[in-house]
Ligand binder design. Sequence first.
Ligand code: COA
Length: 204
Amino acid sequence: MILRPAEPDDLQAVHDICVETATQRDLDDLDLIGYIFADPYLALVPELCFVIADDEGVAGYTVGAVDTAEFYARWRAEWTPRFADRYPKPAQETNRYESLVLSLHNPERFLPATLGGYPSHLHINLDARARRQGWGTKLLDALFDVQRQAGSPGVHLTTSTTNTRAIAFYHTLGFEVLDRPGNATVMGLRFDGSGRMEASPSRS
Ligand SMILES: CC(C)(COP(=O)(O)OP(=O)(O)OC[C@H]1O[C@@H](n2cnc3c(N)ncnc32)[C@H](O)[C@@H]1OP(=O)(O)O)[C@@H](O)C(=O)NCCC(=O)NCCS
């Protein structure tokens, strides 16, 4: 297994792992998950995308952004228009599909209330064959190096509160729980090792 920066040709493999590892699978159109949680990163910020790969191909990835609010603004300008015809903005939010399509149009919905001090964010998913061998830790080390060198003071993520294994993983890396809105858990890590910051009013 090797760890390397993602390349344009990795898009489909990263998309597939994103879809296959999704914990909530109650959707007819599972590709939508990849269009939201993986593909825009490879398209817009490839320098913040890393993969691990072996003879079978890509076995896992991490993606992220340095300045989440700025990234979501770019997403709305450059990513959402590609899907406007296929996924028109719903007038209501009565199910998970509509909720995801709304997020495709307005990713700022993902901004946690506790963004202050943790402006960067991440997603990570490994195929089962690559888990518990330290690759998740190594992938995040690579991502955090880029985020830290770009001047970010910290990183956050949002996961399902039922994903206790991932939460245990993030705790071992030093993440702390920042918030628990609904069924989600928001966690944050300060790159200088300091503790929790005050909640920021930067949600838009
Ligand atoms: C969660 C995930 C990214 C962790 O990556 P990983 O490479 O398996 O983790 P590492 O091997 O680097 O683990 C480092 C430490 O984290 C903790 N940890 C990792 N996975 C764990 C698990 N399933 N249960 C409990 N603790 C865990 C352990 O302390 C581990 O050290 P150890 O193996 O020496 O005990 C990976 O398992 C994964 O992709 N899971 C499925 C998809 C997912 O949940 N993604 C996160 C969505 S928010």
